[in-house]
Design a protein around this ligand. Sequence first.
Ligand code: KG4
Ligand code: ZN
Length: 337
Amino acid sequence: MGTTDISILAIESSCDETSASIIVNGKVLNNIVATQSVHEKYGGVVPELASRAHQENLIPVVHEALSTAGISKKELSAVAVTRGPGLMGSLLVGVSFAKAFAKALDIPLIDINHMQAHVLAHFIEEPSPSFPFICLTVSGGHTQLVLVKDHLDMELIGETQDDAVGEAFDKMAKLLGFPYPGGPLIDLYAKEGSPKAFTFPVTRMPGLNYSFSGIKTAVLYFLRDRLAENPNFITKNRADLCASIQYTLIEMLLIKLKEAVKQVAVTEVAIAGGVSANSGLRAALSTLAQRKGWKVYVPEFEYCTDNAAMIAMAAHYKYLSGEFVGYNIVPLAKMKF
Ligand code: KG4
Ligand code: ZN
């Protein structure tokens, strides 16, 4: 490692994945992720348990990132960490560690906005979108439309006013009796069902905003009424229910995406976040792209879900522009762009 190399250790602990990554001169060398399975039996992330699991996992994950990259602590140029948005207890573990680590090594600290990093995951591997482009970030915690003008110049142009779309997938999956996270199971069963079998309301919010709480309530009452008539209603109609729910969620996502692309007149569209793994969304987006002449970008799944490689990528750009913070920063549960 030469003295002019830029080597950064990046840490992500905003929700339920503890992750560390090393990036050298803009190239991500690894992406170590410890997934917390403790939440499965609770049907969602339990913040208190997430913080404790980060405490257990963080140091081993950092050690693994350094050792598999073949880099010693002394060779690091900076430490980067997710400052927000996220669960405060979870963020505190990563931020406290990163501050102490950077201070002990006497190297700069870089704070990263988790949502900006989801977008920058598109720059980890080729091909990357060209500016300006629109990124639809869809996960268990976020649903955002972002106008990306440059690596560090982004504008939030629309977002959910209540549940995130992944949360909606998971909550409706729970109503169907699936374990957490149920989004991938809805995707699986939807493949054998008819998307038009049942009709659920498409909520239209003003501007480029989303709302996913209405469909969840509609499905709740729909199931309650049908189950009263026939206790086997879900088992008998599982595939059709999954296909119809998924179809409605995708419809809502794409209506606003189309509006956004039209408003800002771009032709490059990217999707990010765990829900971008959904096969129905990918298929619908690719059909739409062909019709509209858009170029669509979807990162590798490893970089769609929460991970430190995207934090590392964002950190590289911030290092190049000299954006460092003091060792006295505090996490921001509701960090803005
Ligand atoms: O980005 P992510 O790993 O974590 C955050 O929430 O930040 O996203 C997880 C979300 C969960 O809600 C999960 O159900 C959803 O992504 N998900 C899917 C699929 N794979 C993951 N939802 C629908 N279809 C899928 N194939
Ligand atoms: Zn995320």
